[in-house]
Design a protein around this ligand. Structure first.
Ligand code: FAD
Length: 413
């Protein structure tokens, strides 16, 4: 084993927003990113990839282009030996001088009957592409349906979890369906049913109240049914049952009810809080381990400028990454970040934003939201591709080709 031991300076496990930015911003030291994909996914743009406003490839940034000063090792970290300071990645053992744990989160599921079998996740690029194809398939199925009951079942879409992911995905996909109906004249008179369910008393509870309320009013004005203080009781292939016993015939249940830290962390012997997040101090150093650091959705990060640990958002992961890159190359200083605002899109030309105490909604909210994401996205050429997609989407109708066959070619024999 000693012969195959590879020496790495800063080993970054996870090439998402947190890990990708640490490696990008590290100056004077060499990072090695371990990641199963060769790109960083910018999740706030995922709903637009699902609705087809953005080309899915443009919502990701190749890690080799984003972090030219770093090495990339494609694979999954499997084991850590904190004493020996080694990590095993697909059978290769590596020794680190400093380790950065940025594993992110996984969808948080609950033992609800039928959820694992019939629920659709919305977390990865594959999920977004799958969901888009699924929604387009429902339109085709509705068009070919033999009776009204079946038709309306195909045109009913239930989203459980009214955080950013659920609200934005529902809003974007309902726009997609409305636009696509131009090609399905027989379906125009059939009711489209969009249902948003959350156990909390209001939707978008992470956004200041007037904006969250505006989002609820906007969605209701489009006919979205909002069930707050409500849980999911069960799901089957053709029906969703809510905790208040409402039964909804549907073939689509999208589960966006929160995330949980990566379960791998439990096997790695790192100190975890009650929710399974890695405990770090104000320098982002893992408690009790001088050369191990953690950030992003997988960590419980104390914030010197707020009373609470950071929420799992891109903007926090990015600020933590900036601090950690500096702490790894100079005298470590405590992490602190005061949130400048929050933004969300609600479909085409509609959005909500709160920036530096100013609130924007409607078209202005949408414009502010897009400008913010453009600013956060790394690489000028990526920004340009996104702007090009948005411009094309303003000028032309949506593409409704259903490309579920992508990545599944027919075998020759
Ligand atoms: C649909 C959706 C919409 C969102 N919208 C917003 C928004 O509008 N605004 C906002 O601020 N936040 C948003 N978020 C939250 C935001 O995406 C996260 O907070 C952010 O991505 C956290 O960054 P991270 O690096 O910790 O995790 P991630 O970005 O998830 O990165 C974790 C990385 O670790 C990798 N990994 C996993 N296991 C291993 C392994 N064993 N070995 C090596 N690598 C591994 C993963 O492949 C991934 O690349 C959204 C999230 C979702 C799912």
């Amino acid at each position: 084993m000693a012969q195959s031991l590879e020496e790495r300076d800063v080993l970054v496990i996870g090439g998402g927003v947190a890990g990708g930015y640490v490696a990008r911003l590290l100056r004077g030291r060499r990072a090695t990113i371990v990641s199963p994909e060769n790109f960083m996914l910018y999740t706030p743009l995922l709903p637009e990839a699902a609705s087809g406003t953005l080309e899915p490839r443009h919502t990701v940034v190749p890690l080799r282009a984003m972090c030219p000063g770093a090495d990339l090792l494609l694979g999954r970290a499997e084991r850590l030996d904190l004493e020996a300071r080694t990590a095993t990645v697909d059978g290769r053992t590596m020794h680190w001088r400093d380790l950065v744990v940025a594993l992110g989160a996984v969808p948080r599921t609950l033992p609800i009957p039928g959820l694992a079998e019939h629920g659709l996740a919305f977390k990865s690029l594959a999920d977004a592409i799958y969901l888009r194809n699924h929604v387009l398939q429902q339109l085709e199925a509705a068009d070919g349906a033999l009776d009204d009951g079946e038709r309306s079942r195909h045109l009913t879409f239930v989203f459980v979890g009214a955080g950013y992911a659920g609200v934005e995905a529902l809003a974007e996909l309902s726009d997609l369906v409305e636009d696509a109906l131009r090609y399905y004249p027989r379906l125009r008179t059939t009711r489209r049913r969009w249902v948003l369910v959350d156990a909390a008393p209001r939707i978008l509870s992470e956004i200041p109240s007037p904006l969250g309320d505006y989002a609820a009013a906007e969605l209701r004005s489009r006919g979205t049914e909002i069930h707050v203080d409500t849980t999911l009781a069960s799901v089957s292939a053709h029906e969703v049952v809510l905790g208040d016993e409402t039964r909804i015939p549907t073939d689509t249940l999208v589960w966006t009810a929160g995330v949980a830290p990566n379960p791998l962390l439990r096997e790695w012997g790192l100190p975890l809080d009650e929710r399974g997040r890695v405990e770090v101090d104000e320098l982002l150093r893992v408690r009790g381990h001088e050369h191990v650091w953690a950030l992003g959705d997988c960590a419980r990060v104390p914030n010197a400028r707020s009373d609470m640990p950071d929420p799992p958002t891109c903007q926090h992961a990015l600020r933590q990454a900036r601090r950690l890159a500096k702490n790894l190359t100079g005298p470590p200083k405590p992490y602190g970040y005061r949130m400048l605002g929050q933004v969300a899109t609600l479909g085409r030309h509609k959005g909500i934003a709160e920036v530096l105490g100013l609130r924007f909604r409607g078209f202005l909210g949408w414009w502010v939201t897009r400008s913010y994401h453009l600013y956060q996205l790394p690489l000028a050429q990526r920004k340009l591709r996104v702007v090009a997609d948005w411009t094309v989407a303003l000028l032309f109708r949506r593409d409704i080709a259903e490309l579920g066959q992508l990545g599944h070619p027919e075998r020759l024999g």
